[in-house]
Design a protein around this ligand. Structure first.
Ligand code: F6P
Length: 319
């Protein structure tokens, strides 16, 4: 393989830049040319493709976002869109593609693989919900962003003896809410995988109050309920002085943590190795701190599993 491409797709995540850097530098180290595809699958379809050099990825290791930009591309879900993408890759002589993104991006990479085009999926999303890896690029940074906000909110919650509802991202996956709740000592964590029972939530909060708790923090993953709606229901059911903070897209930005930079460097470089070895149609990941790769079709058929022990632990510790 003498020419490969790299793109980022879907919601950005901190660590995509170090992953791009790793792909480019590893490929050039092995005398393989690298082409950056700008704007995800949208840029692939329109041919927004430029050659990248060693210097193109200088000074990005510490930056959030993605220098290649990203997009959600409905057209690439269609066979016609996929065909246009393949034509662009062929026109540029690009023989293999590294796709950095979440599950939607993986589905695009799977489609290209099924059309016979070698692709490698690299898991990049703050949601941590990609099968075939224990952790995704961006999760650690987003988690630390949430914790930073939560600690600050805790200060004012204590001063005013208030209940705070903090809404975090996670449409289908509760990892961010769960880990943040555990690391931030939240009283209640609501995740899409479990749903919630308002009577149970208020009962827990009341018991805490009776034991002398002056404030409470409730983490709500956006996929389970809108934070403002939840706070409204809570106010109706109790007399708690309640405030809401919706953290929103600040969770997607910021300089990647050291853990995310290392993870991104390892996964990006491994993706290139696989293409060089002629192994297309794989998804790379990390398990027990070792690099792994799975057939991308199989990887998508697996289900990301929430750590149920952590759910149990969070309940035991937040009494
Ligand atoms: O998939 C990552 C994610 O940040 C989800 O947690 C969130 O629901 C979604 O993207 C938001 O997407 P957008 O930025 O397109 O509104």
């Amino acid at each position: 393989m003498k020419k490969i491409g790299v793109l980022t797709s879907g919601g950005d995540s901190p660590g995509m830049n170090p992953a791009i850097r790793a792909v480019v530098r590893k490929a050039i180290f092995h005398n393989v040319e690298v082409y950056g595809i700008y704007g995800g699958y949208t840029g692939l379809i329109s041919g927004n493709i430029k050659k990248l050099e060693l210097g193109s990825v200088g000074d990005i290791i510490h930056r959030g976002g993605t220098m290649l930009h990203t997009a959600r591309c409905p057209e690439f879900k269609t066979p016609e869109g996929q065909q246009k993408g393949i034509e662009q890759l062929k026109a540029h002589g690009i023989e293999g593609l590294v796709v950095i993104g979440g599950d939607g991006s993986y589905r695009g990479a799977r489609a290209l693989t099924q059309h016979g085009y070698p692709c490698i999926g690299v898991p990049g999303t703050i949601d941590n919900d990609i099968p075939g890896t224990e952790v995704t690029i961006g999760f650690d940074t987003a988690l630390n962003t949430v914790i930073d906000a939560l600690d600050k909110i805790r200060d004012t919650a204590t001063s005013h003896e208030r209940t705070f509802v903090i809404e975090v991202m996670g449409r289908d996956a509760g990892d961010l809410a769960l880990y943040a709740g555990l690391a931030g000592g939240a009283e209640t964590i609501l995740i899409p995988e479990e749903g919630y029972d308002m009577a149970e939530v208020t009962d827990r909060l009341r018991k805490g109050q009776e034991r002398g708790k002056k404030h409470s923090i409730i983490i709500v993953a956006e996929g389970v309920c809108n934070g403002n709606d939840f706070a409204k229901q809570l106010k109706e059911a109790t007399n708690f002085d309640t405030r809401v903070s919706v953290l929103g897209h600040i969770q997607r930005g910021g300089s990647p943590t050291a853990a995310d930079r290392v993870l991104a460097s390892r996964l990006g470089a491994r993706a290139v190795e696989l293409l060089i070895e002629g192994k297309g149609g794989r998804a790379v990941g990390i398990e027990k701190n070792s690099l792994v790769d799975y057939d991308i079709v199989e990887a998508l058929e697996r289900k990301h599993k929430l750590d149920l022990d952590l759910v149990k632990l969070s309940k035991e510790l937040s009494i």
